[in-house]
Design a protein around this ligand. Structure first.
Ligand SMILES: *Cc1c(COP(=O)(O)O)cnc(C)c1O
Length: 389
C-alpha cells in the first residue's frame, strides 16, 4: 500500500529445547511468615503467672504482623481476658471471626465512629474531652467508655489540666444514660525497658486520676496502665489489668523474662551463582567479595520490611548454618554469601525465628538495623504469605 512503511522481519530466535524450570518445591515455598500459636499461648500464661493481673492481649498492627485473629485466639487460649486494638476496623474483624471476649479500641485513626463501636460491641477509650462529648452526642445506645488519661507521654490521653472537666462530663453523661464509664486507662513512656523509677511519675499521676474519678462517683472501674515492659518488671504499674502487645509474640523489651518467639520468616533461594574474588554485589557495589564464593538470592527486600541498611553481621540461616547478608538489601531481593557451599534454587532460608537454632532472632535483626524488634516483626509487608501452625 502506498505510504505504508514495511516492517523489517526480525530473525527468529531459536527456541531452547528446555527452558529453565523452577526447582521442585519453590512454588509452594514463597516468602512466608509463620505464626507459632503455641508460643503466644505460652507467653500469655507466663505473663499472667508473673504479674497476677488480668491480661488484655493487644493485637494491633495485624497482631504485630502475625495476624490479628489468630494471635487473638492464641492469647485467649492462654487466659487473656480482653482484646485491645487501635482501630475499630480490627475490632469488627475480631467480631466477624466469632470472638466474644471484651474488646477495647483506643486510637480511632480515621476519626471516632461511635456507631461502629456499638455495632462491634467494642469499648471506646476517649483521650479528649471533645471525644467524650462526641460519644454523648452520637451514642446510638449505651456506649461503654474507658477514660484515657495522659500519664506522661503527651501522645494521647486527656491532659492533666482537663481531668476535672472530663470527670464532670463523664458523670453527667452516665447519669443521662448515654454511656457507662467502665475503665480508666493510662500509658507509660518507658515502654522499651525496665525502669520502675522512671515509671513512678506516671503511676503517681494515674493514682491521682483514679482518686478523682472515684470522687466523681465513677466506680467501679477497670484500671489499666502498664504494657509489657512495665508489667513484667514493676508491680506498681499492674493495677487490675495489663495491656500486653509485644510480649504476646515473644518480645520482652525489658529483657528480663524468657518468652517464646511466635514469628518465623522463611524464603526460598531464588537464584544462586558462583562468583570470583573482586565481585561487586548489589546496588552501589557496597560489598566486594574477597575470594571466590557462592551467592544465594532471596526474594525478600525492603518493600517486605527488611531494613535496607544493615550492620555487616546481618545473616540468615540456610542449610542449618548462618550465612551473611552482603551488599545493600534491594526492593525485592537480598543476597547471601554462602562461602564454599552452593545451595540449589528452592532451598529454604530462615531469615528469623525462635532462639536456640541457627536462625537469627528478631532481636538480632533489630540490633543489626539499629531499631527495636517491634519494627522488624510488625513491619513485614503484606505480600509475604502468612501461615498459622
Ligand atoms: C501498643 C500498646 C500497648 C502494648 O504495648 P507493648 O509494649 O507492645 O506491650 C499497650 N497500650 C497501648 C496504649 C498501646 O498503644
Amino acid at each position: 500500500m502506498p505510504g505504508t512503511t514495511a516492517v523489517p522481519t526480525l530473525p527468529r530466535c531459536p527456541r531452547a529445547a528446555t527452558g529453565p524450570r523452577p526447582a521442585s518445591g519453590t512454588q509452594g515455598a514463597r516468602p512466608t511468615l509463620h505464626l507459632d500459636r503455641a508460643a503466644v499461648t505460652a507467653n500469655v500464661r507466663t505473663i499472667r503467672a508473673q504479674t497476677g493481673s488480668r491480661v488484655m492481649a493487644v493485637v494491633k498492627a495485624n497482631g504485630f504482623g502475625l495476624g490479628t485473629v489468630p494471635v487473638a485466639r492464641a492469647a485467649l487460649d492462654g487466659g487473656a481476658s480482653w482484646l485491645g486494638v487501635t482501630d475499630l476496623d480490627d475490632a469488627e474483624l475480631l467480631r466477624r471471626a466469632g470472638l466474644t471476649a471484651p474488646v477495647l479500641a483506643w486510637l480511632h485513626p480515621g476519626g471516632l465512629d461511635v456507631e461502629q463501636a456499638v455495632r462491634a460491641r467494642t469499648d471506646l477509650a476517649v483521650g479528649l474531652v471533645e471525644e467524650l462529648q462526641q460519644v454523648v452526642d452520637q451514642a446510638p445506645g449505651l456506649v461503654r467508655v474507658h477514660l484515657h488519661l495522659d500519664t506522661g507521654m503527651a501522645r494521647g490521653g486527656v491532659p492533666r489540666a482537663e481531668w476535672p472537666a472530663l470527670m464532670r462530663l463523664a458523670r453527667r453523661a452516665q447519669d443521662g444514660g448515654h454511656l457507662r464509664v467502665v475503665g480508666l486507662m493510662g500509658h507509660l513512656p518507658e515502654a522499651d525497658r525496665a525502669d520502675p523509677e522512671r515509671n513512678a511519675p506516671g503511676v503517681e499521676a494515674f493514682a491521682v486520676g483514679l482518686r478523682l474519678a472515684v470522687s466523681w462517683g465513677l466506680w467501679p472501674l477497670l484500671t489499666h496502665l502498664g504494657a509489657t515492659a512495665a508489667a513484667l518488671t514493676d508491680p506498681a504499674t499492674r493495677f487490675e489489668m495489663v495491656r500486653i502487645g509485644a510480649g504476646l509474640v515473644g518480645i520482652d523489651p525489658s529483657s528480663t523474662t524468657q518468652l517464646r518467639a511466635a514469628g518465623r520468616l522463611t524464603a526460598p533461594v531464588t537464584h544462586a551463582a558462583e562468583v570470583p574474588a573482586g565481585t561487586r554485589v548489589g546496588y552501589g557495589g557496597t560489598h566486594v567479595t574477597t575470594s571466590a564464593t557462592h551467592l544465594s538470592v532471596l526474594g525478600l527486600g525492603y518493600v517486605d520490611g527488611l531494613p535496607r541498611e544493615l550492620s555487616p553481621d546481618a545473616a540468615v540461616e540456610i542449610g542449618g548454618r548462618r550465612h551473611r547478608v552482603v551488599g545493600r538489601v534491594s526492593m525485592d531481593q537480598m543476597v547471601i554469601d554462602t562461602g564454599a557451599i552452593s545451595y540449589p534454587r528452592g532451598t529454604l532460608a530462615t531469615v528469623f525465628g525462635p532462639a536456640g537454632t541457627a536462625a537469627p532472632t528478631v532481636q538480632e535483626w533489630a540490633a543489626w538495623a539499629g531499631t527495636i524488634p517491634h519494627v522488624i516483626l510488625a513491619g513485614i509487608g503484606s505480600r509475604v504469605r502468612r501461615t498459622v501452625a
